[in-house]
Structure formats: structure tokens, C-alpha cells
Design a protein around this ligand. Structure first.
Ligand SMILES: Cc1cc2nc3c(=O)[nH]c(=O)nc-3n(C[C@H](O)[C@H](O)[C@H](O)COP(=O)(O)OP(=O)(O)OC[C@H]3O[C@@H](n4cnc5c(N)ncnc54)[C@H](O)[C@@H]3O)c2cc1C
Length: 704
């Protein structure tokens, strides 16, 4: 084969250029969305065809906005990191947004995207959470959306909606006004949890306090918070609302704890600039006592701008009930975790687009006998990315329907068709399931996506190593396993809090119950029913694979229950050993749970395709059916389902025997604890605060 010679001085074209993946390709990919919608079995209780149509319109508007408005800005800003300019004239050394960013944010607000999931009565679009992923997930991984991180966050809106529901009288009116302004984009908002010293382990060691007064729900905050997104008032906005989760202190400086010594948490609203009693910003601006540090440089990671703040002396008021802050937080956390899982899925969707485009182009350019795209190993990797995206999006939509069900207000539940009682029952089941589903999807999807991203980027060859666009994609996926609570904490929530001891008063013994049992039981019934219906060879082998994984999950669940019984035995040594054993198995257990979930969705996809193929066979016969356009589509779905089960349920699922031994091989756990401790000690502790916090504690009885 003749070799191409390059003459001296000849300009060599760069290697295959990666496609400019823009939002329109991602969001308006009708095949993808139509497929996911049909697989998720929509419409479901809680919304109707009109809402779906409205959602699709919203989706189109968002895609057009990303293409026409934000994509050009993102491209222009690509080489400037961070997207802020240091303001040398500001005594705090704070930074300002790039002018392009400001103009873009203004357009974003005007287009109404800040309130995508906000209730319609407060000016939002009222988008059901089941469909949220259709916008916020794919939207997030388009580069411009990451610049808009501060104002895109929907979790703040959910929290404010809960706070409005819990309030009454003048306070309710004030909160409604604030909520409207957050939805319209006049106010930005920030959820403020992480602390310099305690990091993710908030509950135990919080050092930021809300000082509660006896006569009113006004609070004064003492303490610092770190890595905060969005407590900032960009030009063009009116104010910024901090929603601070903190420990609680009484007027005598006593830290309030429950009878088990656990921190009692209060959620407070602390504005950047003072508000009047109606929730409007005071004129002229009166700054609250908040000292803001510099923007934290996050290198290539574009998503969200982070800052550290000292709130000592800042004023605000309680949201919801004082001392019962976790109740409110957990309600909004579920939605936030679903959003993060969507981010993971949409990042993999993007890298799949890049990899399939690249390998196809590379194949077209080459003279090799087998093209890159047609190589088995490439095809398998591409199909894994696709299986993760499609089965994953389907799982998340299903979980979204649970969130929507739980969120239905009493007057929204139809009286008949389906009967009210059945919806109320489904609501209770969904509420239970969400307590394990929400941490699972956050942990499982971000863990899997991190691994698949490596495969996706690998397929891009050296372009994958050097292209800025790819680096940003990788970098922006990275924090998903850390923020909204790192994955270890998600696993802990599942394996510790969802298994609870129950005293059997009759016999005086204790047994352990778990919400996972409900999931295992329901899944087993579904699998049995699918097997009974006996659709076809392909899905039957998938059913066998998922049944094996489900048996493992059952075994692991029983084993964790045994460990919890050990914890309840009263012996200090046995308790500690059991606790460490459970925690060491946590992430594997959650991954096993996730793989069963993924497998169930894959079977649903496969079964649907198989049934359609049988119908085509009966109608057209084996030859003619192959000429029908739907034939390839159905074959494709079957492939996705098969690859999904093989990879996520078969090959990649954690094994129970090894899971049980994790702790034995985790002697380094102690070293890790020491590492975390050492790192936290590096942070400086303000002497003033140390003096203010006397660390006296007062036990408070909470009415349940
Ligand atoms: C882009 C971005 C935006 C953010 N926005 C916000 C925001 O708006 N508001 C806000 O409050 N925070 C925000 N954060 C902070 C984020 O929530 C925290 O970084 C996160 O909770 C982890 O805390 P940390 O960084 O202090 O890590 P650490 O808690 O110090 O954790 C270090 C490591 O130890 C592990 N670890 C910690 N505790 C345990 C445990 N008990 N068991 C096992 N392993 C453990 C962690 O998984 C991690 O791997 C943001 C972070 C990022 C990256």
C-alpha cells in the first residue's frame, strides 16, 4: 500500500476534529427521549398528556436557547478559567462574572428557565420530577449550562416550597414572595451545608450554629461554611438567599442535642442583603454580616463557582420548625440526588456521542481492512455507554414518578380512575422506596459513570487526552460522586439507616427489618410474572441473570441483618466490629442493588422489543420484516438490553462473598480516619468563634 508522503512546508490538517456537541443534538434527540418516555411507561399518575406536550415544548425552548444563546458564550469563554474576573478594587478580593456570562444569565432568567420545576402558582413551569432529567440532566452537561450552575439549581426551590407549606400568616406571605423571586431569578439562592472542619460528616461535628431566641424565630448565625455555590448577587439580580443548615444553640450559648447526644439541626434563611418584613430587599441595600472569601479556583471544573463565607453575626430566621431541620432537608435531598444521577447519565450520553462520531469518522478515513467502528471491542464499549444511558435514564424516570407521587397534595389526588385509595397506597410505597432509591441512584450512577467515562475517552485516542472539551466533560462529571453528600455517605444511609431493630415484646427478642425487603419481594414477583409470560429466548436469559443478582441481593440483605443483630447484642466489641463490617460493605451493597434495578429496566426494554419483533414476524414473515424501519430499532433495543444485563448485572456486579470480607482487608480504614482527621486539623479555627462557642450542651426532648 503506498504511503502518503508529506512534503516539507505542507500544512497538515489536524487529526479528526471532535464534533462540536451542542445542546440541540443532545436535548432534541427525539429518538432518545421518545425511547426513554415510552420505556418509562408514561403517562403515569400525577400528570397528563397536556403536561407532556408542555414539557416537550419547554425542552425545545431550552435546546434552542442553549444553541443560540449559551453555546456561543461558552465557546468564547472556553479558554478563560475561571469564568470570572478578579476585581482588584474590591477590598475582599472578590471576583465578578465575565460580562458575557452576566448577559447570558439575564437572558436565562428572562426565558423562565430558573423555575423549571417550581410550582406554577409561584411562576414556575411546574415540570414533574419524572421529566426533570429531560432538561436539567442533559442541560447540565452542555458547557454553557455549567456556567449557569448557580441559577439552575432546583433544590433550593423545592426547599422553599416545603418552607412555604409549613408556614402560616404573614410569614407564609413573605416566604411566597421570596419563592416567587427565586423562581423568576430576581433572587439567586444557595444551599449552605459544608463546613471547613467537618466536611461531609455534618451531623456529628457541626460548628456553625443558629442562635435561637425564645420569643421569635429570628436567628443569629455563628460560624463558617465552605464550598458554597450561589450565595452571590450578580449584577442584574436583586439579592441572594442563603439557606443555612446548622447546629442549634440557645440564648445562653448552650448547644442543643437530643437525648442520644445527637446534634439538633435548624434550617435558617439568611439573606446576603437584609430584607423587610414582606421579603423585599431593603432600599438602599443593607449588607448582612457575612464575610465572603475569594472564589475557589476549581481548575478545569466549570460546574458552579464556590466560595467560603464567615456568617458570624449574620441575621436571619428559621425555615420550618427549629431543631427539626433534617426533616425538611431529607425531603429535598431526594430530588437533588435524582438530579445528580441525571447529570451522570447525561455526561455518558455526551461521551458516547463523541466516541461514536470519532470512531465512525476514523473508520471512514482509514484504509484498514476492519474499521475502528466495526471492531468488536469498540462496538461493545459503545453499546455499554448506550446501555447505561438508556437503561439509566429509564430507571431515573421511574424514580422521578415516585417523587411526583409523594409530592402530590391531597387535593391533587383524583377521586376516581385510578381509585383514590390505590394512589394513596402507591404514595406510601413510593415514600418508603425513595429512602433507599435516592441514595442508591446517586451512588450507583455516579460510580458507574466515572468508570464508563474512562472507556468513552479512551476511544477518542490522543484527542481524548488533549482536547479541552473532553477534559471539561471529565472534570465536570468528577464532583458528582462528592457533592450532595459523597457516595460513602449515601451507602451509609442505605446500610445503616434503612435496617432497623424491632423489639418483639411477646418473646422479648429483637429482629431486624429493612426497607430493602419490600424491593426484593416486589422484584421477585415481577420476575416470576415475566417468566410466566415467557416472551422469548433473549429476555428469558436476562431474567435468569437478574434473578441470580436478586438472590445475591437477598443473601447480602440477610447478612447485613445478621450484622445489625450483632450491633444490637449489647457487647461493645461485637457492636463495633459489626458496624465496621457493615460500613465496609456499604458501597458494594448499594452497587448490587443498583445493578438489579438496572437489570429490571433492561428486561423491560428487551421484552418490549421482543414482543414487537414477534408481532412483526407474524404480520410480515421473517424476510419482509427485516425491511421494515422499526426492525432495526427493535433489534437495537434488544442489543442495548442484552449488553446492559451482561455488563451491569452479570460481569460487573459486586460478589457477596468478597463483600463480606471487605472489612478484613480494610485494615487501612484506621489510617484513612487518621488522614481525614489530619486534613481537617489543617483548617484554621477562628479564636473568636471558639470563645463564643462554650460547648455546653443542653438536652432537648423532641415531640415526634
Ligand atoms: C462543584 C461543587 C459544588 C458544591 N456546592 C456546595 C453547596 O452549594 N453547598 C454546600 O454546602 N456544599 C457544596 N459543595 C461541597 C460538597 O457538598 C462537599 O465537598 C462534600 O459534601 C464533601 O465534603 P468535603 O469536601 O469536606 O470532603 P470530606 O468530608 O473531607 O471527605 C473526604 C473524603 O472522605 C470520605 N468520607 C468522608 N466522611 C466519610 C465517612 N463518614 N465514611 C467514609 N468516608 C468518608 C469522602 O467520601 C471523601 O472521599 C460543593 C462541592 C463541589 C465540588
Amino acid at each position: 500500500m503506498p504511503r502518503k508522503m508529506i512534503k516539507p512546508g505542507q500544512v497538515v490538517e489536524p487529526h479528526v476534529k471532535l464534533p462540536d456537541i451542542n445542546s440541540h443534538q443532545i436535548i432534541a434527540d427525539q429518538d432518545f427521549l421518545a425511547l426513554v418516555h415510552s420505556l418509562a411507561g408514561l403517562p403515569l399518575p400525577g400528570y397528563d398528556a397536556a403536561e407532556l406536550a408542555e414539557f416537550q415544548q419547554l425542552q425545545k425552548n431550552f435546546a434552542t436557547f442553549c444553541d443560540n444563546e449559551s453555546y456561543p458564550v461558552a465557546t468564547a469563554l472556553l479558554d478563560r478559567t475561571p469564568s470570572l474576573i478578579v476585581d482588584e478594587t474590591d477590598p475582599r478580593g472578590a471576583n465578578k462574572y465575565q460580562p458575557e456570562m452576566l448577559a447570558l444569565a439575564q437572558k436565562y432568567r428572562e426565558a423562565g428557565f430558573t423555575g423549571i420545576t417550581g410550582a406554577k402558582e409561584y411562576g414556575g413551569s411546574g415540570l414533574p420530577k419524572a421529566l426533570l432529567g429531560g432538561i436539567s440532566g442533559p442541560g447540565f452537561n452542555t458547557f454553557p449550562a455549567q456556567y449557569l450552575g448557580e441559577i439552575v439549581r432546583q433544590a433550593d426551590i423545592h426547599l422553599m416550597e416545603h418552607a412555604v407549606a409549613a408556614a402560616s400568616g404573614d410569614k407564609k406571605l413573605m416566604l411566597e414572595n421570596i419563592l416567587r423571586k427565586i423562581i423568576s431569578g430576581e433572587y439567586t439562592a444557595a444551599m449552605i451545608l459544608t463546613e471547613p472542619k467537618t466536611g461531609a460528616n455534618l451531623g456529628a461535628n457541626m460548628e456553625c450554629y443558629a442562635t435561637l431566641s425564645k420569643d421569635s424565630d429570628n436567628v443569629v448565625i455563628i460560624g463558617e461554611k465552605k464550598y458554597i455555590t450561589g450565595l452571590t448577587k450578580p449584577e442584574g439580580t436583586e439579592n441572594s438567599i442563603g439557606i443555612i443548615v446548622s447546629a442549634s444553640m440557645n440564648e445562653d450559648g448552650e448547644v442543643l442535642v437530643d437525648k442520644n447526644g445527637k446534634t439538633l439541626v435548624t434550617v435558617s434563611l439568611v439573606p446576603l442583603y437584609m430584607l423587610d418584613e414582606k421579603g423585599n430587599t431593603r432600599e438602599p441595600l443593607v449588607p448582612n454580616k457575612i464575610v465572603t472569601g475569594k472564589w475557589i479556583d476549581k481548575n478545569t471544573m466549570r460546574a458552579q463557582m464556590l466560595q467560603q463565607h464567615d456568617f458570624t453575626g449574620a441575621e436571619g430566621f428559621v425555615l420550618g420548625e427549629p431543631l427539626k431541620g433534617w426533616n425538611m432537608m431529607f425531603k429535598v435531598m431526594d430530588a437533588a440526588r435524582l438530579e445528580i444521577a441525571h447529570q451522570a447519565v447525561s455526561h455518558i450520553y455526551t461521551v458516547w456521542q463523541m466516541a461514536s462520531h470519532y470512531t465512525a469518522k476514523r473508520s471512514a478515513d482509514t484504509t484498514e481492512s476492519i474499521s475502528v467502528a466495526a471492531r468488536d471491542e469498540t462496538e461493545l464499549k459503545l453499546n455499554r455507554l448506550r446501555a447505561f444511558t438508556i437503561c439509566g435514564a429509564s430507571v431515573l424516570m421511574k424514580m422521578g414518578t415516585h417523587l411526583d407521587l409523594v409530592g402530590l397534595k391531597d387535593d391533587e389526588i383524583p377521586k376516581a380512575n385510578p381509585p383514590r385509595d390505590s394512589i394513596i397506597k402507591q404514595q406510601a410505597e413510593a415514600r418508603d422506596l425513595l429512602t433507599v432509591e435516592a441514595p442508591m441512584v446517586k451512588c450507583y450512577f455516579t460510580n458507574q459513570a466515572r468508570k464508563l467515562m474512562i472507556d468513552g475517552v479512551h476511544m477518542l485516542g490522543t484527542d481524548g487526552l488533549i482536547q479541552h472539551q473532553v477534559k471539561e466533560l471529565e472534570a465536570n462529571l468528577r464532583p458528582t460522586d462528592i457533592y450532595e453528600g459523597p457516595n460513602e455517605m449515601m451507602a451509609k444511609q442505605v446500610v445503616m439507616q434503612q435496617f432497623y431493630p424491632v423489639k418483639d415484646h411477646g418473646a422479648g427478642s429483637i429482629h431486624i427489618e429493612s426497607k430493602m425487603d419490600v424491593f426484593v419481594k416486589q422484584t421477585r414477583e415481577n420476575l416470576k410474572e415475566w417468566k410466566r409470560l415467557h416472551t422469548g429466548v433473549t429476555t428469558n436469559s436476562m431474567i435468569e441473570s437478574v434473578t441470580r443478582a436478586l438472590n445475591d441481593l437477598q443473601e447480602a440483605t440477610n447478612w447485613i441483618k445478621e450484622q445489625h443483630l450483632e450491633r444490637a447484642s449489647g457487647d461493645k466489641g461485637r457492636k463495633e466490629l459489626a458496624e465496621r463490617t457493615i460500613l465496609s460493605a456499604g458501597e458494594d451493597y448499594v452497587d448490587l442493588f443498583g445493578s438489579v434495578y438496572m437489570g429490571m429496566e433492561a428486561i423491560r426494554i428487551g421484552r418490549h422489543a421482543e414482543v414487537e419483533l414477534y408481532k412483526m414476524y407474524e404480520k410480515f414473515g421473517s424476510q419482509e420484516m427485516k425491511e421494515k424501519p422499526e426492525y432495526k430499532d427493535m433489534q437495537d433495543r434488544l442489543t442495548i438490553a442484552g449488553v446492559g444485563v451482561h455488563h451491569f448485572v452479570g460481569k460487573n456486579r459486586p460478589r457477596v462473598e468478597e463483600m463480606k470480607e471487605n472489612y478484613i482487608y480494610a485494615k487501612k480504614t484506621n489510617e484513612m480516619d487518621a488522614l481525614i482527621l489530619a486534613a481537617s486539623k489543617l483548617d484554621y479555627v477562628s479564636e473568636a468563634r471558639a470563645a463564643a462557642v462554650t460547648r455546653k450542651t443542653k438536652v432537648v426532648e423532641l415531640k415526634r
